[in-house]
Design a protein around this ligand. Structure first.
Ligand SMILES: [Zn+2]
Length: 113
């Protein structure tokens, strides 16, 4: 892949990050009354992240389904379980059934030390 030499203005990434977090806040607010809106917000923030090469923060990554982009709330439209055999937290989206796994091996190692 060829990277363009022209650098984007320095403030862009910061603004993109800000937008991502604002959209997620809105998604959380609207979820109860308008779940379809919060899904749209998640879609938008993922698009912004892709366009500006900004990763969605770790704490927000578990809050949406990476397959159908639904905003996920435990106990409402997703199931959160820990899996001993896979050493991971599994989040099942109850909208489309997609299972995402978040390993906790690193956290476990930190406790041992
Ligand atoms: Zn889903």
């Amino acid at each position: 892949m060829v990277k363009s030499k022209q650098a984007k203005p320095s403030g862009w990434k910061r603004i993109a990050k800000e937008r991502v977090s604002i959209l997620f806040k809105q998604a959380g607010k609207e979820f109860r009354k308008h779940p379809e809106r919060s899904k749209r917000y998640v879609e938008l923030s993922r698009k912004i992240g892709m366009r500006y090469n900004v990763r969605i923060p770790k704490d927000l990554r578990r809050r949406f389904c990476s397959k159908c982009s639904s905003y996920l709330r435990p106990g409402v439209n997703c199931r959160v379980r820990t899996s001993e055999s896979k050493q991971a937290v599994t989040v099942t989206c109850l909208v489309c059934g997609f299972v995402s796994r978040h390993p906790y091996i690193r956290e476990k190692q930190n406790i041992k030390q």
